[in-house]
Ligand binder design. Sequence first.
Ligand SMILES: *[C@@H]1O[C@H](CO)[C@@H](O)[C@H](O)[C@H]1NC(C)=O
Ligand SMILES: *[C@@H]1O[C@H](CO)[C@@H](O)[C@H](O)[C@H]1NC(C)=O
Ligand SMILES: *[C@@H]1O[C@H](CO)[C@@H](O)[C@H](O)[C@H]1NC(C)=O
Ligand SMILES: *[C@@H]1O[C@H](CO)[C@@H](O)[C@H](O)[C@H]1NC(C)=O
Length: 465
Amino acid sequence: MHYINHENNQRLIPRNLSHLPTMSTPSLIPFFLLTFILGLASSTPSTAAAAATATTKPAPLVFPLKKDAATNQYYTTLQLGTPPTAMNAVLDLAGEYTWLDCSSYRSSSYRPVHCNSSRCEAAGSLSCNGCYGPAKPGCTNDTCGVYAANPFLNVLPGSGLAEDVLVLHSTDGIKYKSTSKYQRFAFSCVDDGLNGTTEGLAKSTKGIVALARNPASLPTELSTQLNLPRIFALCLPSSSSGAGHGDLYVGGGPYTRPPIKQDLAKSLLRTQLLVNPVKRAPVYSEGEASDEYFIDVTTIKVDFAPISFKSSILTIDKNGVGGTKIATLTPYTVLHSAIFRPLVNEFIKKAMDRKIKKAAPVAPFGACFDAKTVKSGAAGPHVPTIVLVLRSGVQWRMEGANSMARVSKDVMCLGFVDGGSKLRTSIVIGAHQMEDNLVEFDVGSSTFGFSNSLLLQNSSCSSRS
Ligand SMILES: *[C@@H]1O[C@H](CO)[C@@H](O)[C@H](O)[C@H]1NC(C)=O
Ligand SMILES: *[C@@H]1O[C@H](CO)[C@@H](O)[C@H](O)[C@H]1NC(C)=O
Ligand SMILES: *[C@@H]1O[C@H](CO)[C@@H](O)[C@H](O)[C@H]1NC(C)=O
Ligand SMILES: *[C@@H]1O[C@H](CO)[C@@H](O)[C@H](O)[C@H]1NC(C)=O
């Protein structure tokens, strides 16, 4: 039995996907018409498995990251197909399958992944898809069925897995260097017949780059297929203007951010990466573990003062409720009300001690201040520091650049949002709080590493190369 859950409205619909013999059209398909299930699997076993190697062995890999000002989403550019087409796609740490709107995609090297192939099985496919022609990327028969989850929509476009050539860049730690080609990058092509598959995503983008722990996500796939360590890292840029860009690293360090001379991989603070035993989104079966990234926040401090609240909500219970996860599609950290209220109160108190004046709150934030009364420092507005103390005692320190959100010329607000008292995950660390920090997800050894604000070291996540 599989379930489909839309976290936004908490709708939960059980559905046995293996009893859905409907033919899909090449379009946006409400999940209840999800896929066309072929009774028989392909009679042609995949021959592609033999060609599973890249032309050169790249390590580590880098992809450029940009910030979209209108949505506060972060996206990268994939150069896919023959000849290569540049496609922008939004990063999603909870994303399981990379997908792209392929309505205008043309490539001579595009190949559907067949249903009865090891690749399809490894991807955790739920169905075998067919399509009434004409045949083109996103519309083929005997195609490994996955779902293209758009977190902003209450529909899951039924979609088939495909492979195509992906251009890879490696780095010497500073500059983007040699390029190579990976022949079998798996992604899912959505033919957007109804316009709207990409609703909610940054305008210049055509889909999602999946970063979850799932076997089919981009870092898992590249690490597995290219024999790289199962490590990826994000350096999210704070600026959406200018020529600079941030970086997604796949395969581990070195991480060099000029003018810092030493490799940041050697100085990251590290804590355990946790697995939430209960998966709830977007499609799951009973007993399946979450493939999102959880860490253990043990205490929250404002400057040196711990705030007090019922600390049991910081642990993940047997139903998967509670705890702390990290999300790139959440613009500002969302907190359970039981944490949000005392945090805001303590922050206001400490801000007043610094002679910072309050201003009227601006939604969705709870505490706002007169910007003229806030001094500025190396790491943004000079305000009380919010400190997340993590298991093993390391401290993730959020300075003004990460804690404050500018809402107008005259007003800045504490950039944390009240998620109410029914929030499933008590702390969802959002992207604004990770900007200009290097954060590393070492899935192989289950550790999460972070640099704290690079601005304090006169560096940032906006490379100029
Ligand atoms: C699927 O492929 C395997 C070999 O890869 C073969 O043994 C099996 O019979 C195939 N199943 C079907 C239903 O075609
Ligand atoms: C898939 O198979 C069906 C039934 O044989 C056929 O009508 C359809 O045209 C095929 N689709 C493609 C894209 O070849
Ligand atoms: C989709 O959008 C394109 C361009 O905006 C438009 O030409 C086309 O008619 C739209 N299709 C549908 C089905 O709305
Ligand atoms: C910070 O770096 C820039 C160049 O990246 C340099 O011009 C400036 O002098 C540096 N400032 C400090 C305080 O080190």
